[in-house]
Write a protein that binds this ligand. Structure first.
Ligand code: TXD
Length: 315
């Protein structure tokens, strides 16, 4: 049986780490594409040699030719600029729209049946832009951020309570940015509500650290933003799709009335399967959480309007 093919556009920190994880987990053959041809080819060669040493069968190819997307079950877009210290995700808006829009058109052309996972920031706006440019059904375009943000929140709670992160359930929704929404009522530790273990103030502090979790890493690394945990988030979603897991994970998707929102991409829980996302899981939110979600949607909508009013550049 032939192995699944996953293509990753953008062979930078997040893209190359994603390719490495896909290879190590034996999930798929990988095509790495970058505008800098030598970069994609060099990283692919390095990964292929790692596969030989690990005794793994994965094929890894690097190129700048989008024809290589052909036959991909999943395409991941990580192409674009990353944040430097002091920059917000929205500072990347126009530069990355000029990259993601044309890349999405190439995906539609060469991999018309793929499920597309967008990673480039500002995440929710880029996901909406990619969806518009592909013309794909909305179920085949998802933005990755909620898995990462939920993982960050689980890390901080685990560290504070000294319990393994696997025993913590948490779901972060909304936009990937200052307006992310940690659904407090759904956080559970070993099956019990977090509020039974920590004060409201302490929970709020952990949620605030999660909101600023990306900036904390940017400030430490100085020349790049996070990539190990983002790559794990991507691969978690890719695995759910390739293995048709029907597992519920948070992802940014185009809403048409779910959670009372429409004409916007925002992070909500979705069921992931081979065909993409199959349904949005609508869970009860507290009034302030629903308000926060609507505020985030308003901000993302403004970003979408801005990028759609400008002509795309060539990839
Ligand atoms: O949770 C999330 N969604 C995120 C998002 C978590 C981490 C990083 N997040 C965002 O992903 C970040 O803000 C950036 O917008 C992207 C990629 O981050 P990364 O850290 O991987 O950036 P790099 O290392 O600069 O890599 C970007 C690559 C680089 O190799 C460029 O040459 C390439 O993108 N690039 C392109 N490839 C193909 N086509 C075009 N046009 C192109 N332009 C740049």
């Amino acid at each position: 049986m032939s192995r699944p093919l996953v293509s990753v556009v953008g062979a930078g920190q997040v893209g190359a780490t994603t390719a490495h994880l896909l290879m190590l987990k034996g999930l798929a053959d990988v095509v790495l594409i970058d505008v800098v041809e030598g970069l994609a080819r060099g990283k692919a060669l390095d990964l292929l040699q790692a596969a030989a040493t690990e005794g793994l069968p994965s094929q890894v190819t690097g190129t700048s030719d989008y024809a290589a997307l052909e036959g991909s079950q999943v395409v991941v877009i990580t192409a674009g600029l990353a944040r430097k210290p002091g920059m917000s995700r929205d500072d990347l808006l126009m530069a990355n729209a000029g990259i993601v829009g044309p890349v999405a058109e190439q995906v539609a052309r060469h991999a018309p049946n793929a499920v597309l996972i967008v990673v480039t920031n500002p995440l929710d706006v880029m996901t909406a832009l990619a969806w518009k440019r592909t013309g794909f059904p909305r179920q085949r375009v998802l933005g990755m951020a909620g898995v990462l943000d939920s993982g960050r929140l689980r890390t901080f709670i685990a560290e504070r309570l000294r319990v393994p992160p696997v025993d913590i359930e948490a779901m972060v929704l909304g936009s990937h940015g200052d307006l992310m929404v940690s659904v407090k009522s759904s956080i559970a530790v070993e099956g019990r509500p977090l509020s039974a273990r920590l004060s409201a103030d302490e929970i709020d502090r952990l949620i605030a650290r999660t909101r600023d979790g990306g900036a904390e890493i940017v400030a430490l690394l100085k020349t790049s933003s996070a990539y190990y945990a983002p790559a794990s988030g991507i691969v978690r979603m890719v695995q759910a799709i390739l293995k048709d897991e029907r597992r519920v994970l948070p992802a940014s998707v185009w809403l048409e009335g779910e959670y009372g929102l429409k004409d916007v991409c925002i992070g909500v829980p979705v069921e992931l399967a081979a065909s993409g996302w199959t349904r949005v899981i609508v869970q009860p939110l507290a009034p302030d959480e629903q308000q926060a979600l609507s505020r985030a949607a308003g901000q993302v909508r403004e970003g979408i309007a801005t990028v759609l009013s400008t002509a795309p550049a060539k990839p």
